[in-house]
Design a protein. Structure first.
Length: 366
């Protein structure tokens, strides 16, 4: 659905995290005792313990990341006016992050500076034997709870507020932002973030927001979708999806379809990404689309950091221009396929130019 007149901006709301990509030796995740693909926050003691396990040379600097930030930087590269609402410390990493994101076309005027704080960092642990699967451990520090709620009237030019699931770590914050968006006529999208997040401390608030009809578009991978349905429909055991699991077989696809249908009861558009298979989408009135992933050879996959975020950038860019579900899904899959071929969600200029041209062709006749 196209936004109303004068509303062009997408506002991403989440943590301004510098992604430090750490490429592990084969078997490294097992030695660390971590589940592949998992995501969790660290306190200072947990960060010290992880760094001690990793050894002396994890990267000191990385690329500007964070789920919502990745989405808006992708949208900006495609030509959509984009803004980030977040918080950074007053350390050396803060100005580097602002400068790097601003250079990509994102408005960083709503990123607060927290005196005496360290800027957030995410250790993206990449396992080469698992097709570049990323496992994330994030230190937010005091910046996690310092993100500002939008001031009254500040969303008049905003078409869509995109919430990352990690915003729910700050009690009441995501709900307040969604309520402000509603009052000012902006739509709301939500990325579930991780299954651990949904099934943990933030999942109840996330489910409540969905039940209240405060979210227009939800993005989740298969595991996250099943976790969300468990939160939304605990009495049904997650519509059978949690027990069945995901995967390539008929049972896995059936579980994914059931989760998609259940999520679609609470939002206008539900999107479930299915990894190398692509995605399934449920829209208004139960309309559905299933799109295969753009072909990427196994040898071309560097890591999966930011794959879901890049997908959301492409999907939202097309969706906000009124593209049909299938076209929006194809645009998302194109962006997702491109980002897995580079290190750390850092698509280059030439690749963005090619994506922009390809997507423009897809949108020509909508």
């Amino acid at each position: 659905m196209a936004p109303g007149p004068g509303r062009e901006v997408v506002l991403g709301v989440g943590d301004a995290v510098t992604d430090a990509v750490v490429r592990l030796a084969p078997g490294g995740l097992g030695r660390l005792g971590l589940r592949a693909g998992s995501c969790a926050c660290l306190d200072e003691a947990g960060e010290r313990a992880l760094l001690a396990e990793l050894g002396p040379s994890p990267p000191a600097q990385g690329v500007p990341g964070g789920s919502a930030a990745n989405v808006v930087k992708g949208l900006a590269r495609l030509g959509c006016p984009s803004r980030l609402l977040s918080a950074l410390g007053d350390d050396a990493a803060g100005p580097r992050y602002r400068e790097a994101l601003g250079a990509l076309g994102v408005d960083v005027g709503a990123v607060a500076e927290v005196a005496g704080a360290r800027s957030p960092i995410c250790y993206c642990l990449v396992a080469p034997e698992l097709a570049g699967e990323r496992t994330m451990r994030t230190f937010l520090g005091s910046c996690g709870d310092a993100k500002p709620i939008p001031a009254p009237g500040s969303l008049r030019d905003v078409a869509l507020v995109h919430l990352e699931g990690y915003a729910f770590y700050s009690e009441g914050f995501a709900e307040a932002v969604a309520a402000q968006a509603r009052r000012e006529g902006a739509r709301v999208s939500l990325d579930a973030g991780s299954a651990e997040l949904v099934l943990g401390q933030a999942g109840g608030a996330m489910a409540a927001l969905l039940r209240a009809g405060a979210v227009d578009i939800v993005f989740a991978n298969e595991e996250e979708a099943r976790a969300l349905v468990r939160r939304l429909e605990p009495e049904s055991g997650g519509a059978g999806a949690a027990a069945g699991g995901g995967g390539e077989g008929a049972a896995g696809r059936g579980a994914t379809a059931a989760a998609l249908e259940a999520l679609g009861q609470h939002v206008e558009t539900a999107v479930v990404t299915t990894g190398a298979r692509g995605c399934v989408v449920r829209g208004r009135g139960g309309a559905r689309a299933e799109v295969g992933a753009a072909t990427v050879g196994a040898a071309q996959v560097v890591d999966t950091v930011g794959a879901g975020d890049a997908f959301a950038s492409g999907f939202l860019f097309a969706h906000l221009q009124g593209a049909p579900l299938e076209t929006a899904a194809r645009c998302g899959c194109l962006c997702g396929a491109q980002v897995v071929q580079v290190a750390g969600a850092n698509i280059g200029e030439a690749e963005w130019a090619a994506l922009k041209s390809h997507i423009a062709l897809l949108l020509e006749n909508i």
